[in-house]
Design a protein around this ligand. Structure first.
Ligand SMILES: *Cc1c(COP(=O)(O)O)cnc(C)c1O
Length: 386
């Protein structure tokens, strides 16, 4: 039996899978079980910013696994203390408290709970086309009626509203005395690679402050150098009350976190927790991963290679292209047709890319991708669109 047949016997059936088994990676390259090589512009859907097979992270994981993999937040731990020191250095000074968890959705869950506890309000305002995960709480903030229909629709999430993205005038009407949190991505990833307008973000911060609501930034996809700075909030010059991070934080080991400011106040003891949150293994991986991001200067690589990719894609002159958008190495092409055939065409030409809504081809390569590989991605895209 093939790998695919063995998986198909037991898979949940929830995923739309491509008929490829990816078995190995190195930098921005991955190989399938037949030995075919691909430039990986899926990048673990944003969890592989550092590239595949990073030796420093692999060593840190192996060392910590031999020393102490499991210990919960019932106790203190040297690796966790080290990670807090690292985070204090790279995060805005105001965001000086952190809850560690295991995924993006779990970070958003935490953020929504903290906002409700801090404000004693229940309302959540999010944006159309926003994506914040698919667990019950996070799904309230996620746009996409298609994700809720099977659950009975919006009635499940009373008190949640979605406003149009990048429409500052919609903020005043939506964020009111019952609003606990306004939840925002600085670049909508799943929703089609749409950067937020700085004026929209500034106005969101102002309205939240005026109305006593908390501003929650979801940087699960934009964080860790993806958009050309360690966090996209640096590009926008904004500090939220609560920040959600995950995906690339620990070099491929599952981890997420919620960082929050003193505006959140004291959270009731035991009102939230996670067995694996802050495990020594994940903390060791994150310390090593963040160290490598800095050593390799992934932020400027994302800026340079992102510019190369966007310029190349903008120069394609295909009648199928409606718009090329992005920030750093979070890039997308919106087509005048369904993106599926182009994504398949790229795969046939040795480039794995992602969708972002029905008509957008999204590129999320590891940030270690080199100029020659980016040139090949552009050429493959030109070919696939022709
Ligand atoms: C991927 C993503 C999530 C969900 O993360 P999971 O780890 O899949 O739960 C949340 N928010 C954003 C912006 C994301 O891109």
């Amino acid at each position: 039996m093939t790998i695919q047949e063995r998986e198909d016997r037991h898979t949940s059936g929830l995923y739309q899978k491509r008929p490829l088994a990816i078995v190995r990676g190195d930098g921005a390259t991955v190989w399938d079980s037949d030995g075919n090589e691909y430039i990986d512009c899926v990048g673990g859907q944003g969890s592989a910013n550092l590239g595949h097979g990073n030796a420093a992270v692999a060593d840190a994981i192996a060392r910590q696994a031999r020393t102490l993999a499991s210990s919960t937040e019932l106790f203190y731990n040297d690796r966790r203390a080290e990670l807090y020191d690292v985070l204090a250095r790279i995060l805005p000074a105001e965001l000086d408290r952190v809850f560690l968890c295991n995924s993006g959705a779990e970070a958003v869950e935490g953020a929504l709970k903290f906002a409700r506890m801090a404000t004693r309000r229940k309302g959540v305002v999010a944006t159309m086309r926003g994506f914040h995960g698919k667990t019950m709480g996070a799904l309230a903030a996620t746009w996409g009626p298609e994700y809720r229909e099977a659950l009975g629709g919006d009635a499940l999430f009373p008190g949640t509203t979605h406003i149009p993205f990048n429409r500052p005038e919609a903020l005043e009407a939506a964020i009111g005395p019952d609003t606990a949190a306004f939840v925002l991505e600085l670049v909508q990833g799943e929703g089609g690679v749409r950067p937020a307008d700085p004026a929209f973000v500034r106005e969101a911060a102002r309205v939240c402050r005026d109305r006593g609501a908390l501003l929650v930034l979801d940087e699960v996809q934009t964080g860790f150098c993806r958009t050309g700075t360690m966090f996209a909030l640096e590009r926008y010059g904004i500090v939220p009350d609560i920040l959600c991070l995950a995906k690339s934080i620990a070099g491929g080991v599952p981890m997420g976190l919620v960082a929050f400011s003193r505006r959140v106040g004291d959270l009731p003891k035991r009102s939230h927790s996670s067995t694996f949150g802050g495990s020594p293994l994940a903390c060791a991986a994150a310390v090593a991963a963040i160290g490598e991001m800095e050593r390799l200067d992934l932020a400027s690589r994302a800026r340079d290679r992102g510019e190369q990719l966007m310029d190349g894609l903008r120069g394609l002159e295909s009648p199928k292209v409606r718009e090329v958008r992005g920030l750093g190495l979070l890039c997308g092409i919106e087509l005048r047709e369904n993106a599926g055939p182009t994504i398949r065409g790229l795969q046939e030409r040795g480039v794995l890319a992602l969708g972002a809504g029905p008509t957008v081809v999204r590129y999320l390569p590891p940030l270690v991708i080199d100029a020659r590989q980016v040139a090949r991605v552009i050429a493959a895209t030109a070919d696939a669109l022709a």
